[in-house]
Design a protein around this ligand. Structure first.
Ligand SMILES: [Zn+2]
Length: 86
C-alpha cells in the first residue's frame, strides 16, 4: 500500500481509494476508473503516486485502447444564469 502522506492543502492524512477520474485528451473526455489515488477526506484533493501517474500517461497515449473503449454519454449544457434553479 502506497503512503500518500498528508494533503498539501489542509494537512489531513490522505486515504487510499480507487477513484474515477476524467481527463481531456485532444478535446475528448476520457474517464479512467479504478484508479488508485490518495484522496483527502477533508477537502477532496486527489494525489496519485509517480508510478500511477506514468501509467496514466501511457493509458492516455494509447489511442487504440481509447478508440475501442466503451463510451458513455454525458449531459452537455451551456452556462446560462436563467436556467439555474434557485
Ligand atoms: Zn485536504
Amino acid at each position: 500500500m502506497y503512503n500518500y502522506g498528508k494533503c498539501e492543502i489542509c494537512n489531513t492524512l490522505l486515504e487510499e481509494k480507487n477513484i474515477q477520474q476524467d481527463f481531456w485528451i485532444k478535446g475528448k473526455l476520457v474517464v479512467i476508473e479504478n484508479l488508485p489515488a490518495g484522496v483527502c477526506p477533508q477537502c477532496g484533493e486527489k494525489v496519485v503516486s509517480g508510478e500511477v501517474g506514468e501509467h496514466i500517461d501511457r493509458l492516455l497515449k494509447d489511442s487504440n485502447r481509447i478508440n475501442k473503449a466503451p463510451t458513455i454519454s454525458v449531459p452537455f449544457i451551456k452556462y446560462e444564469i436563467e436556467s439555474m434553479a434557485v
